[in-house]
Design a protein around this ligand. Structure first.
Ligand code: AP5
Ligand code: ZN
Length: 217
């Protein structure tokens, strides 16, 4: 199956994608994570993406589509994928349609996480992740059970993202509304769109998402 998670920065795409990966065995495919890995590795694409990401703008379609195509071609993706943060522009959505046509796949559902912009700054500025396994946490909404120790892997090193500051969040929200929000209509027209109110508790949203994915796949 191919599932798309749509929603502004901080909507909970990564949080829910990791949950679905654990429950269903699909592969979470986050272009943000792939780009951050490219930046850390100092690849050509990573060098070109770094400043754009720090400014909260969108990396070029060309770079992102190339990275996604490479990742989708790896064998583990045959189990099914959850696209988290891709597509983000009309050009990327069309490139995805072409790619899926080539491989004989289709989009099972494009799930749009509906949230209020005002809450996103709080969600993003309180976010931190485990350096060992990537599990996501939040200063107010999701602390590790034992302070300073990851629930999942027992790791004790945590990190915060360079673009998780109030200024950059404003640009990221702006980019979302200008370039990504129009994809909601695109997937609605394809009959693939499922909207979900994502303002509640993480676990409640996880239950709703699980039900949607069971029906759609
Ligand atoms: P990317 O990494 O995709 O970031 P993003 O879209 O800004 O999304 P986030 O990771 O910030 O949010 P999320 O929805 O995953 O929220 P999370 O679950 O962590 O992109 C980063 C940059 O890379 C972009 O700005 C761009 O430059 C570039 N890029 C990436 N893809 C691209 C593409 N396709 N094209 C072009 N450029 C691209 O949750 C946030 C926090 O809230 C966490 O702490 C979590 O614990 C907490 N939380 C989650 N759900 C809830 C809840 N229900 N209640 C309370 N707290 C919650
Ligand atoms: Zn961990």
């Amino acid at each position: 199956p191919v599932l798309i998670l749509l929603g502004p920065p901080g909507a909970g795409k990564g949080t829910q994608a990791r949950m679905l990966e654990e429950r269903f065995g699909f592969v979470q495919l986050s272009t943000g994570d792939l780009l951050r890995a490219a930046v850390a590795a100092g690849t050509d694409a990573g060098r070109r993406a770094k400043a754009v990401m720090e400014a909260g703008e969108l990396v070029s379609d060309e770079i992102v589509i190339a990275i996604l195509r490479d990742r989708m071609a790896q064998s583990d993706c045959a189990q099914g994928v959850i696209l988290d943060g891709f597509p983000r522009t009309a050009v990327q959505a069309e490139a995805l349609d072409t790619l899926l046509q080539e491989t004989g796949q289709k989009i099972d559902a494009a799930i749009s996480l509906e949230v209020e912009d005002a809450a996103m700054v709080t969600r993003i500025s309180g976010r931190f992740t485990c350096g060992g396994c990537g599990e996501g946490y939040h200063d107010s909404f999701k602390q590790p059970q034992a302070m300073g120790t990851c629930d999942k892997c027992g790791g004790t090193e945590f990190k915060r993202r360079a673009d998780d500051n109030a200024e950059t969040v404003a640009s990221r929200l702006e980019a979302y509304h200008a370039q990504t929000a129009p994809l909601i209509a695109y997937y609605k027209a394809q009959g693939a769109l499922i909207g979900i109110n994502a303002m509640g508790e993480i676990d409640d949203i996880a239950r709703k998402m699980t039900a949607i994915v069971k029906t759609a796949t």
